[in-house]
Design a protein. Sequence first.
Length: 106
Amino acid sequence: MKNLLLFSLVGLLLGSAQAIAEQLVDPTKPQNVIVGNQAHYQKSELKLQSIIKRSGSYKAIISGQLYGIGEQLNGYKVLTISSKNVVLANDNKQIKLDLYDYEIKN
């Protein structure tokens, strides 16, 4: 009986810890960028996760995949990659994905 009570209590505590962990906010998740009085939002479902400089050129990890300049993803071509952002384009529009998405205070 004691073991059953102990296992039940441990299960309850582990279940509570998991529920709390699921509610935590990821501090690296992109949000709004405020520059001066203007807010800019990343409206794309594509997520820029990292930029890597290799042999003098940049590569970008976007939504879990590695891309270089000129490569295609989701109907867009990678136009530019810098140390802070990536510009994608198709025939109709351009998307700028920013690596650092934070508030700038003057």
